[in-house]
Design a protein around this ligand. Structure first.
Ligand code: PLP
Length: 371
C-alpha cells in the first residue's frame, strides 16, 4: 500500500466502503443503454419525484446562491418546531439524516467505547461506529427484525450509543410502538438511543410510534428523520435529529457550520408544508407494495413483508439475477453486504416501473429454468 495510505488509522483501514445503488448514468455508460429506458428501483427514492411546492421554492432561491446558507437553519428549524411542537433547540439539521447519524457517533464514540446495533440493520450504523474507532456490537436478528431483548442484554458499561431503525432498511421490519417504548425505558439514561425513522411517513397513524412525545420522557433519545424518502429530496441532502436540547447541543458542536445547503433548506421548508404530496406518496407506495407482493406470489417467490418503500425478495442466486436485471435495464439492490446473499431489495416505483421490473424478473427466471 502507498505509505501515506498505510498511515491512516487502523480502524479506518478496516472499513468496507458503503455500496450505493448504481446510478442510471453509470449503467447507461457501462452497457450502452438509453438512460430514459432504465428503471432504477435501488435507492428507495420517491418515484413521484420532488414535491411541486419544493420545486417552486428552489427556483426562487437560485439567485441567492452566492451567499452562504443560514448556518443555524432558522427557517427550517422553525418550520419543524411548529409542525412537531418541539423547541428549536431540540433540532439538529443534517446534510441528509446520514449526517446526523454521523454527528451522534462523533459526539459519543471513540476507541474504547461500544455501540450496539442489529444484524441486517442500516449499513451506516456500523460505518459511523467504525469511523470513530469504537467497537460495534452486532446483535443477531429475529425474523430479520431487531431483537430488542437481545440488544438490551448486549449493552455493556462501555456502550454509548444504541441504534434502532424503525422501519428498518433493508428488511422493512417494524417494531410495535409499545415494545420500542419499553426498550428505550430499559436502556440506561446515559446511553444514547438513536431511533432512525427514515420511513415513518409510509406508516399509518396506528403503526406510527409517538416518538416525538417520548423525547419528553427520555433525555437520551435521538430521533432522526429525512427529506430523502417520502419528501422526495434525496439529491439535495437534508435530514434532522430531534433530541433533548442538551443532547442536541452536543451534536451541534461537532456539526460543520454550513452543513445544509441553501437550496436544501428552502426546499425542505416548502416540502414540510406539502401534506398532499406526502399523502400521495404514501398511497402510491401502498399500491405499489401490493402490486409487487402479488407479482412475487404469482412467481412463487418468498419476500419479507415490509413497512418501508421497498421490499426484499428471495431469489436463490441473487447476484446473477441482479446482473441479468441490469442487462434488462432494471437496477435493483443486492443486499449480500447486509448478510442477505439470497435476497434483492426492490424500491417501490410507479405502477409502470413496477410492471417493467416484474416482467424483467419473470423473463430472467424463465431463462434460468431453461439453462
Ligand atoms: C435512506 C436512509 C437514511 C437516510 O438517508 P439520508 O438521505 O442521508 O437522509 C437513514 N436511515 C435509513 C434507515 C435509511 O434507509
Amino acid at each position: 500500500m502507498n505509505p501515506a495510505a498505510e498511515q491512516a488509522l487502523d480502524y479506518v483501514k478496516a472499513i468496507a466502503p458503503y455500496q450505493p445503488g448504481k446510478p442510471i448514468s453509470e449503467l447507461a455508460r457501462e452497457l450502452g443503454l438509453d438512460e430514459n429506458k432504465i428503471v432504477k428501483l435501488a435507492s428507495n427514492e420517491n418515484p413521484l419525484g420532488i414535491s411541486p411546492l419544493a420545486k417552486r421554492a428552489i427556483e426562487k432561491c437560485l439567485n441567492e446562491l452566492a451567499l452562504y446558507p443560514d448556518g443555524n437553519g432558522f427557517a427550517l428549524k422553525q418550520a419543524i418546531a411548529q409542525k412537531l411542537s418541539v423547541g428549536m433547540d431540540q433540532i439538529v439539521l443534517g446534510n441528509g439524516s446520514n449526517d446526523v447519524l454521523d454527528l451522534a457517533a462523533r459526539a459519543y464514540l471513540a476507541p474504547g467505547a461500544d455501540s450496539v446495533y442489529s444484524r441486517h440493520a442500516f449499513a451506516v450504523y456500523p460505518l459511523a461506529v467504525q469511523a470513530c474507532g469504537a467497537r460495534g456490537i452486532e446483535v443477531p436478528a429475529v425474523d430479520f427484525g431487531h431483537d430488542l431483548a437481545a440488544m438490551r442484554a448486549a449493552i455493556t458499561p462501555a456502550t454509548r450509543v444504541v441504534w434502532v431503525a424503525n422501519p428498518n432498511n433493508p428488511t422493512g421490519t417494524l417494531l410495535p410502538a409499545a415494545e420500542l417504548h419499553a426498550f428505550i425505558a430499559s436502556v440506561p439514561q446515559d446511553v444514547v438511543v438513536v431511533l432512525d425513522e427514515a420511513y415513518g411517513e409510509y406508516l399509518t397513524d396506528e403503526q406510527r410510534a409517538d416518538s416525538v412525545a417520548w423525547l419528553q420522557e427520555f433525555p437520551n433519545l435521538v430521533v432522526t428523520r429525512t427529506f430523502s424518502k417520502a419528501y422526495g429530496l434525496a439529491g439535495l441532502r437534508v435530514g434532522y435529529a430531534l433530541a433533548h436540547a442538551d443532547v442536541a447541543g452536543m451534536l451541534n458542536r461537532v456539526r460543520e457550520p454550513f452543513n445544509v445547503n441553501a437550496l436544501a433548506q428552502t426546499a425542505a421548508v416548502a416540502a414540510l408544508g406539502d401534506n398532499d404530496f406526502i399523502r400521495q406518496s404514501a398511497e402510491l407506495n401502498h399500491a405499489g407494495m401490493a402490486q409487487l407482493e402479488a407479482g412475487f406470489k404469482q412467481l412463487g417467490l418468498d419476500y419479507i413483508p415490509s413497512f418501508g418503500n421497498f421490499i426484499c425478495v428471495r431469489i436463490g442466486n441473487a447476484t446473477a439475477m441482479y446482473r441479468r436485471l441490469l442487462e434488462l435495464g432494471v437496477i435493483v439492490r443486492p443486499v449480500g453486504n447486509y448478510g442477505m446473499p439470497e435476497y434483492l431489495r426492490i424500491s417501490i416505483g410507479t405502477a409502470n416501473e413496477n410492471s417493467i421490473f416484474l416482467a424483467a424478473l419473470q423473463q430472467a427466471l424463465q431463462e434460468q429454468e431453461l439453462k
